[in-house]
Write a protein that binds this ligand. Structure first.
Ligand SMILES: Nc1ncnc2c1ncn2[C@@H]1O[C@H](COP(=O)(O)OP(=O)(O)OP(=O)(O)O)[C@@H](O)[C@H]1O
Ligand SMILES: [Mg+2]
Length: 504
């Protein structure tokens, strides 16, 4: 029989107005990768926060290596060998790789010495990285590294603590295809050492690549726990959403009209070079490329969030000056941003106010008043449609689960009367049920004559939803592909090779 390293029994955790975990059970085997799945707000992150002492449970039992334990804070978790790689990484950017790994427990030059033994720290780090086959310089500043490398450092750090349980909460949301592969081979290596990995993701295909077991939660309760080999994608979706999803990409072909926006020779110093493209009425233009290719920067420049050094934007045949988001909104543009923490949500405002903030004009009544009835009606409609899990519309958005925060942002921009909508990774971190809902909303908007630019790193989404796909590589547009020519290989080829493919 396989050895059980961890058992969580009957875990309950409540927040004001929300029973996040309603008696959850979770059993983890030694050396296995266990996927934790469920819709946004199902309780995945909360369960893990119970395990690492960030949000200890109200009741329930945790049995680790056969012994009952209480984990009141993260330090205790760490000492028990439980490490968590967070959804939002938090490294000390100004410090080096080795300082980040040994932060707070640096080797000293002597027992009483106040001085850090840099040589020992360097050698320890070297050995640790070599052991994990990570090609990194211990002295390099963390801020110079990609998100993927920062994640690798976090994993190395967990290993340096001798962690035998490593939790990864949506680790691949900001990684490129190659980096995801690298992470997976790292996970395989952890397994070989007998480390158990708890893996949270909304990307269905990853489960079958990386996990041995799956546990599905719904509304804070267990739905099922099984070996992955006994599940397929349909049974997994049904377990998560409680119903079958008939159509993953509800694309309808609607007539595409005249050119709405022309971007000509757009330049952003060091980032975007000579970008020109058209966007038509009723069209969904997918934008593909690797993380870091400059897709977001290009959209920010168009929306006036980033300074342009050249080029012009023509909307409905008229040249427009867009130097700020206000200019852009005045041109009836909307922008759902990628980074929900920096430019997206306003944490201290309620769900309702976060929804309507880009839209106040629509709700003005008389001169100084807002039409609260209408606000409530619209917010409720979108809450239902996107299945936003919140105790009320007045709850602070910062208390919502990651995916539910993203849904509020989607509602914000779908509610605006924008004719041109730029959606940057609209379904990142969103569960498969709500994803399908957002896709059908996008399709509906396009069929009403709006023009949509959809930046996405998810190949099925790009291929399933786009009328045309623009591929960006190193700040240049390398291809403009028609729907009939779309396939993963072609897109990847243009996304990785800058040579000779530049189109005018
Ligand atoms: N600090 C908090 N205060 C109030 N409610 C919270 C808090 N943290 C979580 N919740 C609530 O607990 C529930 C479960 O949230 P959790 O973050 O565990 O979901 P999740 O399964 O990780 O979802 P996602 O896939 O969106 O990340 C949600 O309804 C959420 O709003
Ligand atoms: Mg979560």
């Amino acid at each position: 029989m396989e050895e059980i390293i961890l058992e969580m029994r009957d875990i309950v955790r409540t927040f004001p107005g929300v029973k996040a975990l309603n008696g959850v059970n979770f059993v983890l085997k030694k050396g296995s990768v266990h996927a934790l799945m469920g819709e946004n707000g199902a309780g995945k992150s909360t369960l893990m926060k119970c395990l690492v002492g960030i949000n200890p449970p109200d009741s329930g039992t945790i049995i680790l290596k056969g012994k009952q334990v209480t984990i009141p804070n993260p330090l205790v978790a760490r000492n028990l060998g439980i490490a968590m790689i967070y959804q939002e990484l938090n490294p000390v950017l100004e410090r080096s790789v080795m300082e980040n790994i040994w932060l707070g427990r640096e080797p000293m030059r002597g027992k009483r010495s106040p001085l850090v033994d840099h040589k020992a720290m360097y050698n320890n780090t070297k050995a640790l990285l070599a052991d994990l086959e990570l090609d990194l310089d211990p002295r390099q500043k963390v801020k110079e590294l990609s998100v993927a490398k920062m994640q690798m450092i976090e994993i190395a750090k967990a290993i340096s603590f001798n962690a035998d349980i490593v939790i990864m909460d949506e680790p691949t949301s900001a990684l490129t295809t190659n980096e995801v592969e690298h992470l997976f081979s790292m996970i395989d290596r952890l397994k070989k050492r007998g480390v158990s990995v708890i893996y949270i993701t909304h990307k269905m295909d990853e489960i079958f690549r990386v996990a041995d077991e799956v546990t599905v939660l719904r509304d804070g309760s267990n739905v099922t726990s099984k070996p992955v080999a006994e599940m397929d994608i349909n049974s997994l979706i049904t377990a998560m959403v409680g119903r079958e999803l008939t159509e993953m990409f509800p694309k309808i072909d609607c007539p595409i009209g005249e050119v709405r926006m022309e971007v000509r020779h757009l330049e952003v110093p060091g980032l975007i070079h000579d970008a020109s493209f058209d966007l038509r009425r009723g069209e969904i233009l997918g934008v593909a490329g690797l993380v870091g290719a400059g897709r977001t920067e290009m959209m920010e420049a168009i929306f006036g969030l980033r300074q342009k050094s050249g080029g012009e934007i023509i909307i409905d045949g008229k040249k427009r000056t867009i130097n700020s988001p206000v200019d852009a909104i005045n041109c009836r543009m909307g922008f759902l941003t990628e980074d929900r923490r920096l430019t997206g949500i306003i944490p201290v405002l309620s769900v309702k106010n976060n929804t309507i903030i880009a839209n106040l004009d629509r709700y003005k009544k008389a001169k100084f008043f807002l039409d609260h009835k209408k606000i409530n009606r619209d917010c409720l409609e979108y809450k239902e449609m996107l299945n936003i899990r919140t105790p009320s519309l007045d709850a602070l958005i910062q208390n919502l689960s990651g995916g539910n925060q993203q849904k509020v942002l989607v509602a914000r921009w779908l509610l605006t009367n924008s004719d041109i909508l730029i959606l940057d990774e609209p379904t990142r971190g969103i569960d498969v049920g709500a994803k399908a809902e957002i896709h059908s909303l996008i399709t509906k908007l396009a069929s009403e004559g709006k023009s949509i630019i959809m930046v996405s790193s998810e190949m099925p989404e790009i291929i399933g939803m786009s009328d045309r796909v623009m591929v960006v590589c190193q700040g240049r547009i390398t291809a403009m592909l028609d729907r009939k020519d779309l396939d993963q290989e072609t897109i990847m080829r243009y996304a990785t090779s800058i040579s000779n493919h530049a189109v005018a």
